[in-house]
Write a protein that binds this ligand. Structure first.
Ligand SMILES: [Zn+2]
Length: 87
């Protein structure tokens, strides 16, 4: 999580944003702005909102999409020798 986020959105705010996001055919997401006047395109590497363009990192839209679309589970690490991973 980036320390550059000045106002950390709450889970409720992220869930509200995520509930309005629309998945596009190319895998990106279209997220309406909070006043509904426009929509931002969120991809795996960025977002078209001014917040992301000025500060980079994770704007609330990217956080919200992460909220509805969690990363794939980690690969199973400790098959076989249970101590192998600690070397
Ligand atoms: Zn954004």
């Amino acid at each position: 999580m980036s320390a550059r986020i000045s106002t950390q959105p709450t889970d409720e705010q992220l869930a509200a944003i995520a509930s309005t996001a629309v998945r596009q055919a190319d895998g990106s997401w279209l997220v309406p702005s909070s006043d509904g006047s426009k929509a931002y395109r969120v991809t795996g590497t960025g977002c078209s909102c001014p917040d992301f363009e000025h500060r980079g990192g994770f704007c609330k839209h990217r956080l919200a999409i992460g909220f509805v679309c969690p990363p794939a589970p980690l690969p199973k690490k400790f098959e076989g020798d249970p101590f192998q991973g600690f070397a």
